[in-house]
Design a protein around this ligand. Structure first.
Ligand SMILES: [Zn+2]
Length: 356
């Protein structure tokens, strides 16, 4: 769920599926996943934004089972407060969407992705050997993975936090899903996705793994996760899915027309800035650094904001939250400078962009 209705924010970056089409063994499956995602994109355009999404004012999760078909939403299997079933994908989709809701509510004071109690619907067992998960503008959809390269896509809490954060971004900054604003959109999803996981696990910045999608790969893949926030570009290097292409400095920014202008690639740069700020500020990421980023996402960015706007916005937010020239603000300035973006000089930074 990004800015424009034709975009579907899938967790698997397109370059991985493209690489898989080069192999006889994986080509057919990869092409099917790509085609099904295209179909979902068409459905998304027809649905329009948020159609059918009924605010409930509180947490309400509903899990459906597509039973390996492509029919959506599928058969109802578990509603809010219902007992756990024996299906692990149902359990994970239910539990992790609840964790994400709780994180936003308890830590950031936000009531679901729209701040109005939007219900959280999920469909598991979508299609056969489907290698992806996405939010289609009204619900989450999870494939079971092919079992050969990818495990089931409900496995990671940070993946579910990532996808639901796309909903938060649309309802706040509305970052357009292309170029730098698109890479910022992706980065915000990684930032809050990893924080949901760290919060649930009670991990400080030093204890966290800073990985997105750890566990999604089977043992047949040489890699640890889809992305690494602590060392972008190092998450995987494998003959079947390629090498992690993420840069972590503006010097290596990738100008490309693929992937909506590299939204899943250049997001490594703001991801690394967040990691550097969080580890420099220390403690739990959600207590200070996360609040600076949330304040920026919800009040200081707008659809066309770029990396510079994000740098200036976070410096400004850090000043408002923790004081001008505070250690927190200095850490934020230093983190962006280290990824090759120089924030406008603090402390006299004006609010960037209009709040939405
Ligand atoms: Zn995404």
């Amino acid at each position: 769920m990004c800015k424009s209705p034709e975009y579907i924010c899938t967790i698997l970056p397109p370059h991985i599926l493209t690489k898989m089409t080069e192999s006889n063994r994986h080509r057919e499956r990869a092409l099917r996943t790509i085609a099904l995602t295209e179909r979902a994109r068409g459905r998304r355009s027809i649905l329009g934004t948020m159609l059918g999404s009924v605010p409930t004012g509180t947490l309400r999760r509903t899990i459906y089972d597509a039973q390996t078909s492509e029919r959506l939403p599928g058969t109802f299997v578990r509603g809010e407060g219902d007992a756990e079933t024996s299906d692990v994908a149902v359990t994970e989709a239910y539990k992790y969407s609840g964790n994400t809701y709780d994180f936003y509510k308890q830590i950031l004071g936000r009531n679901s992705v729209d701040n109005n109690g939007l219900r959280l619907d999920s469909t598991v067992h979508y299609s056969q050997q489907y290698d992806n998960a996405f939010w289609d503008g009204r619900q989450m959809i999870y494939g079971d993975g092919d079992g050969e390269l990818f495990n089931r896509f409900t496995l990671d809490l940070d993946v579910i936090g990532h996808e639901l954060t796309h909903g938060v971004t649309q309802n706040t900054a509305g970052l357009e899903y292309a170029g730098q604003s698109g890479a910022l959109n992706e980065s915000m999803s990684d930032v809050f996705g990893t924080m949901v996981k760290q919060w649930v696990l009670g991990q400080s910045v030093d204890q966290a793994d800073w990985l997105i999608g750890a566990g999604l790969f089977t043992t047949a893949v040489t890699g640890v996760a889809l992305r690494s926030m602590k060392d972008p570009g190092s998450a995987y290097n494998d003959s079947q899915i390629g090498k992690d292409p993420q840069p972590k400095n503006m010097a290596n920014y990738l100008d490309t027309t693929e992937d909506n202008g590299g939204v899943h690639i250049n997001s490594g740069i703001p991801n690394y800035a967040f990691y550097l700020a969080a580890t420099s500020i220390g403690g739990n990421a959600w207590e200070k650094t996360g609040k600076i980023w949330y304040e920026t996402l919800t009040k200081r960015l707008s659809p066309k904001s770029d990396f510079q706007s994000a740098a200036d916005g976070t410096v400004s937010a850090a000043g408002d939250l923790f004081g001008q020239n505070s250690n927190e603000q200095k850490a934020v300035i230093d983190s962006w400078t280290r990824v090759g973006i120089r924030p406008a000089s603090a402390p006299s930074i004006k609010t960037v962009g209009a709040s939405r």
